[in-house]
Design a protein around this ligand. Structure first.
Ligand SMILES: Nc1ncnc2c1ncn2[C@@H]1O[C@H](COP(=O)(O)OP(=O)(O)OP(=O)(O)O)[C@@H](O)[C@H]1O
Ligand SMILES: [Mg+2]
Length: 255
């Protein structure tokens, strides 16, 4: 069966894209699913969380995009999670196609070959916080785009820009990419955030997940020790929230 493809995208940095990609990968692994993570961020944060520092992959995501020979998939410490590592050379792709990202839609074409005959049920793509060819490739290849947003006024501005990119994909490719906002690092005890969450419930109810990921210092602790909260603190609110999020995502994918 064809795997379902999801990406986390938002041009605002530090909103929880990588954390969400990895948390969902570990939630899926715990549920017994086989997952492929593709790190399309030149900063390669997901890669540094999943691979030991000394690992030097022979092929990485740039080789996948350019269709070069060599298998870009590597094993991780979790037998259910495989990875196409990111690397700084992805910058090469971004700068080459930044003016005309629609000419660089390669991921959509190389993915079917990569996943053919493989056990992955889900592909999760982590993206950089820039509007450009890498984000455009990820969104175009995905069945569902998860848009992590911190419920702050300025963060919602960036979200509007992303909607413009998503509409461009829809119009240019006639492809109906589903997208859902995920509120991350939420602090509903703050009045300013509470108002935004209430606004979202009233105005964009059909495009945001009911599950919010609350701000929790354990995310910082886990990432500082290159661990993930799902395995390190499985009973924490954060781990349970990502598990609840997956249940919602399954319903969205089935709809
Ligand atoms: N719910 C949370 N509560 C507290 N801290 C969090 C939470 N989610 C993520 N973080 C922390 O916030 C920081 C930024 O998160 P993350 O790296 O996932 O964001 P990003 O959108 O991928 O950033 P970038 O744009 O740099 O790739 C990290 O240190 C992470 O551990
Ligand atoms: Mg990131």
């Amino acid at each position: 069966m064809e795997p379902r493809i999801l990406c986390c995208a938002n041009q605002k940095g530090g909103v929880g894209k990588t954390t969400t990609t990895l948390a969902l990968a570990h939630v899926l692994a715990r549920r017994g699913h086989e997952v492929l993570v593709i790190d399309l961020d030149p900063n390669a944060h997901a890669t540094s969380m999943l691979l030991p520092r000394e690992t030097k992959p022979k092929a990485t995501a740039i080789d996948l995009l350019f269709g070069r020979s060599g298998d870009p998939v590597v094993k991780t410490a979790d037998p259910k999670i495989h990875l196409v590592p990111g690397s700084a050379s992805l910058c090469e792709f971004e700068s080459r196609y930044s003016r005309e990202p629609h000419r660089a839609l390669f991921l959509d074409k190389v993915l079917p070959k990569l996943v053919r005959g493989k056990p992955w049920e889900y592909v999760l793509i982590d993206t950089p916080s820039t509007v450009g060819a890498l984000q455009y490739n990820s969104v175009t290849a995905s069945d569902l785009v998860i848009v992590p947003v911190v419920p702050e006024f300025l963060a919602l501005n960036g979200f509007n820009n992303l909607l413009v990119s998503l509409r461009a994909v829809r119009e240019r490719l006639k492809k109906n990419v589903k997208y859902f906002v995920l509120f991350t690092m939420a602090r509903p005890d703050l009045d300013s955030q509470k108002r935004i969450l209430e606004w979202a419930d009233a105005k964009i109810k059909d495009i945001h997940f009911a599950t919010h990921i609350a701000w929790d210092a354990r995310f910082l602790e886990a990432s500082a020790s290159a661990m993930n909260i799902i395995d390190q603190f499985p009973d924490s609110d954060g781990a349970l929230a990502y598990d609840a999020l997956w249940a919602e995502i399954e319903r969205v994918l089935a709809a």
